[in-house]
Write a protein that binds this ligand. Structure first.
Ligand code: NAD
Length: 425
């Protein structure tokens, strides 16, 4: 359903900027933050709009609009992806940049938050057009980015090839190869081992800590995963390897359920061969909407935003909600989950594994010394576990639920940096 088809109430509930704002407001109030600091935390530090002329394959010139927003650089360079989509807008990029500030602060990474986007439809553009668009966009935002300023990464419809073009364009302008200007690069161009699996692996680590915290045994729990892509597919695969039962995988066109546990590798092979998880012989195919409400111990929404809402939060049947996706739960739904006693591992904690390994990539590029995958995974586990317990202890100390605890922790860390640095006038 497109946003225009929603009722005005749901449009408000699904608005990413309003959702972020509601949580920031509550966390700031509980922290007793000074008004001035709150004003800084609620505004972007820098917003750039660029108009990008691109020569199309048929000889015409088209002008695309792009953005780069730095929400905060108080704790370090801006960090955040670049997305290409027809419906990108400045409000969305602002909200996502702010989200990155809180995610980096929860994981205690020395980064602020940023995000970029270009209004375009990559599905109807050739490789050559996409390359020309990416290079011209990079040269338009070049004064804003850099390893010590703001470090982009892939997001929706951009990938390691896009990052290689950005890195090359930046390096050509600077007259020196600068691998640390972006993360999510191909491994032989300064990318990090373990990056592709990092977000799903991070979900595994925090889920294991949550089970420990709640006295639950990993081999005796049932897990349902929505979204069988990079995050959900990897989380399911790694959990199954640990002997955790994945009873249901939900995709946009149907779900597959087996109460005894699905063979995730076989399901991946089935999807590759048939283009869908539907009709997998070792499970029952059912409608996606029904599967979301099946009983489980851990539910991992890892597909898209606004899945757990005022309409669905009362119907999910889980003890733990591990938010692999960005913004899967609306602020209105937070209260319902709290009243129902569901243990939420909020997105800014649960899916921070990706940006954590991006941080490792940036460190490795600056050192010119690359780590093996075991070291990457070990350090990722340390950071995810530490962040999990930081949030849980914050929740216990302040008697709040985990989402507000994560926001309070993040706001507190960023506010602390702003106070220490002072206002340069
Ligand atoms: P992806 O495109 O690899 O996978 C998404 C999967 O969800 C696809 O298989 C898609 O078919 C499925 N899907 C889409 N709509 C669905 C629906 N309505 N119901 C069920 N399944 C549906 O994307 P991804 O990289 O795995 O990202 C998923 C989410 O995680 C996004 O919210 C993204 O912002 C967030 N995230 C990703 C990373 C990362 O490192 N990839 C990091 C942090 C957060």
């Amino acid at each position: 359903m497109s946003t225009e088809q929603l009722t005005p109430e749901l449009q408000k509930e699904f608005n990413p900027w309003l959702n972020a704002d509601a949580r920031i407001e509550e966390a700031a109030t509980r922290l007793g933050l000074e008004d001035g600091i709150k004003k800084i935390l609620k505004s972007s530090s820098k917003e750039l709009t660029v108009h990008i002329p691109v020569l199309l394959d048929d000889g015409r010139i088209e002008v695309f609009t792009g953005y780069r927003v730095q929400h905060s650089v108080a704790r370090g360079p801006g960090k955040g992806g670049i997305r290409y989509a027809p419906d990108v807008n400045l409000d969305e990029v602002r909200a996502l940049a702010s989200w990155m500030t809180w995610k980096c602060a929860v994981a205690n990474l020395p980064f602020g938050g940023a995000k970029g986007g270009v209004i375009c439809d990559p599905n109807i553009m050739s490789d050559g057009e996409l390359e020309r668009l990416t290079r011209r966009y990079t040269s338009e935002i070049i004064d804003m980015i850099g390893p010590e300023k703001d470090v982009p990464a892939p997001d929706m419809n951009t990938n390691e090839r896009t990052m290689a073009w950005i890195m090359d364009t930046y390096s050509m302008h600077k007259r020196e190869t600068t691998t640390g200007v972006v993360t999510g690069k191909p491994i032989n161009l300064g990318g990090s081992r373990g990056r592709a699996e990092a977000t799903g692996r991070g979900c595994l680590f925090v889920t294991l800590q949550a089970l420990k915290h709640l006295g639950m045994v990993p081999t005796q729990v049932d897990v349902i995963v929505q979204g069988f892509g990079n995050v959900g597919g990897m989380a399911a695969k790694l959990m199954a390897k640990q002997g955790i039962r994945i009873t249901c995988i939900i995709e946009y066109d149907g779900a597959v359920y087996n109460p005894k546990g699905l063979d995730i590798e076989k399901l991946m092979a089935w999807r590759k061969e048939h283009g869908s998880i539907r009709n997998f012989p070792e499970g029952e195919t059912m409608p996606s909407a029904e599967a979301l409400f099946l009983k489980c111990d851990v539910l991992i929404p890892a597909a898209k935003e606004n899945v757990i809402t005022s309409e669905t939060a009362g119907k999910i049947n889980t003890r733990i909600l591990c938010e692999g996706a960005n913004g899967p739960t609306t602020a209105v739904a937070d209260k319902i989950l709290e009243d129902r006693g569901i243990f939420v591992i909020p997105d800014i904690l649960a899916n921070a594994g990706g940006v954590t390994v991006s941080y490792f990539e940036w460190v490795q590029d600056r050192q010119g010394y690359f780590w093996n995958e075991q070291l990457v995974n070990q350090r990722l586990e340390e950071i995810m576990n530490e962040s999990f317990w930081d949030v849980v202890h914050y929740a216990q100390t302040h008697k709040v639920h985990n989402r507000i605890a994560a926001y309070m922790l993040a706001l507190d860390r960023v506010a602390f940096a702003i106070r220490l640095r002072g206002i340069y006038a």
